[in-house]
Design a protein around this ligand. Sequence first.
Ligand SMILES: NC(=O)c1ccc[n+]([C@@H]2O[C@H](COP(=O)([O-])OP(=O)(O)OC[C@H]3O[C@@H](n4cnc5c(N)ncnc54)[C@H](OP(=O)(O)O)[C@@H]3O)[C@@H](O)[C@H]2O)c1
Length: 231
Amino acid sequence: MNVIITGASRGIGKGIAQVLVKAGHNVGLLARNKSELTSLKSELDAVGGQCEIESCDIRNHAQVQDAIDSLIDRLNGIYGLINNAALIIRKDIIELSADEWDSMIETNVNGVFYATKAVIPHLVNKKQGHIINISSISGRMPLEKGSGYAASKYAVTGFSESLFHEIRNFGIKVSTVFPGSVNTRFDTDHKDQDNSWKVDPDEIGEACLHILNTPDQTCISRVEIRPLRKS
Ligand SMILES: NC(=O)c1ccc[n+]([C@@H]2O[C@H](COP(=O)([O-])OP(=O)(O)OC[C@H]3O[C@@H](n4cnc5c(N)ncnc54)[C@H](OP(=O)(O)O)[C@@H]3O)[C@@H](O)[C@H]2O)c1
């Protein structure tokens, strides 16, 4: 199947791409960093399957539409979209600036909407497809020193779980994934600590693969993935 993944230059998005390609799927990868995307493409081309990349800023509606159109064209169709790109700024309300709030909402919420809007006509036309939205535990539980991030992820959860009801009768599946702590460079507050206890990004990829592989009439609508031990 052909799957587009946003935020695929590193971290969880890269882990998902590696797992899907190893399983024989074709991927279209989006992020801003062209050199990271290019080096991931070289790695995945050696594994097999088709990997196409597009550099774009998920906050820019026109760029997202163009990039997704181009990926769908080069992949010759789309089955799945994994909305994964996001930004976290761990500050409380005293410290968080309006610009920082805006950049989290634009990346984490608007970006999910723009990418989803770009793929919907293709999925509706085919009467099949699957959208997986990467929310967070902070999309259903409070996060101290993270009210802006939590607000953006609660929005993703609300959008994703409502979308499931809006498009299920078109034969399109929507799944919401709620990771706990994952070993990426996402939360820079903890980058110098031992993060080996956290979930490996590949494990989120394995979960997405499982979610994508359910029978036609079945949809896994929510999945929560946490590290077994806390530190
Ligand atoms: N890591 C965790 O503990 C954790 C826990 C729960 C949920 N999550 C969720 O998992 C997802 C991935 O997180 P991660 O840990 O893998 O983060 P990460 O390592 O920081 O990677 C974020 C990805 O998003 C892309 N991105 C950020 N801003 C973008 C923009 N404006 N336009 C296009 N792409 C953009 C980045 O690429 P460029 O910089 O190249 O654009 C990168 O590929 C996020 O939705 C996050 O909320 C993470």
